[in-house]
Design a protein around this ligand. Structure first.
Ligand code: GUN
Length: 283
């Protein structure tokens, strides 16, 4: 029997409705949740992404501003602008779109954002908070994946979860979130010697590598849950994930599609983080 789909579009819609309700409650208390987005340079993909972030925000009642600066902006000027936003009580979330121009040190830029406003969850303080189980902001993509598992009522306790990919913004935080739910977690990566041996044991696989066909049907235990974080193009230029969807869906119990899976959830979780920042600041 083919796997059931976990519909990211439908779940994201539900989450946006929840955000909208909580935003209205906050507004009734005189607080307008606000997100400041900074885009430096004219990377075409970044322009699209930031436009989506603004539209998603305004549609759910959050105020969002997009500040655009030329690629020639100095790092010092960017850091000064971030510090101003840190000090502005009307701004609850700050997001600096990546990648930044090469003359800027992304790490330094991210570390300048106040952890209280780090709605991307990229600051080392956010990573540390996740690691030790303290309140903070979780990176939107793995947070969205966790919500997808929750949406099917999946109990991770004692399950074997295999995360393929070890990036700071997806693989590593994903592994920590799964561990926080009492899963037994393996993190696999390009140097893993026998990936298939591990994925065949997995009750849950999260594929977050950025390469097509990283996970094929012969690598999946029947009934496993497969979450596909990848965003790639196939030979026909069509959007596809890291998972061989058509093959794996014949074996898995649940699977997320690409598009319409993790992508919309990442966008929705940014709204959740921004709203949470506003709620925390309101006390
Ligand atoms: N560039 C691509 N994805 C992201 C994201 O989630 N946050 C930021 N800040 N930049 C990105």
């Amino acid at each position: 029997m083919a796997a059931q789909l976990i519909d990211g579009n439908a779940l994201a819609k539900q989450i946006r409705a929840e955000v909208q309700g909580r935003t209205q409650a906050l507004k009734a208390r005189g607080v307008q949740p606000a997100l400041a987005i900074i885009l430096v340079g004219d990377d075409p993909a970044s322009q699209v992404y930031t436009k989506h972030k603004v539209n998603d925000s305004t549609e759910t009642g959050l105020a969002a501003t997009l500040e655009r600066y030329p690629a020639t902006m100095t790092e010092a000027d960017l850091l000064a602008r971030i510090r101003q936003l840190n000090d502005d009580p009307a701004v609850h979330g700050i997001l600096v779109q990546l990648p930044l121009p090469r003359h800027m040190d992304s790490h330094k830029v991210i570390e300048t954002i106040s952890p209280a406003k780090d709605v991307d969850g990229f600051h080392v303080a956010s990573a540390g908070a996740l690691m030790v189980g303290q309140p903070g902001y979780w990176p939107c993509t793995p947070y969205g994946c966790l919500k997808m598992l929750d949406s099917i009522g999946y109990d991770l306790k004692g399950k074997h979860a295999v995360v393929i990919g070890r990036s700071n913004i997806v693989g590593k935080p994903m592994a920590l979130m799964l561990l926080g739910r009492d899963a037994t977690v393996s993190i696999c990566h390009s140097r893993t010697s026998d990936l298939k041996a591990l994925t065949l044991q997995a009750d849950v696989v999260v594929a977050a590598v950025g390469r097509r066909n990283v996970l094929t049907a012969d690598m999946v235990k029947p009934g496993a849950v497969v979450i596909d974080v990848g965003m790639n193009r196939n030979d026909e230029g069509k959007l596809c994930g890291d998972v061989d969807f058509e093959g794996v869906r014949q074996v898995a119990g649940w699977i997320t599609p690409v598009p319409g899976g993790v992508g919309p959830m990442t966008r929705a979780m940014l709204l959740v983080n921004t709203l949470t920042a506003a709620e925390r600041s309101a006390g």
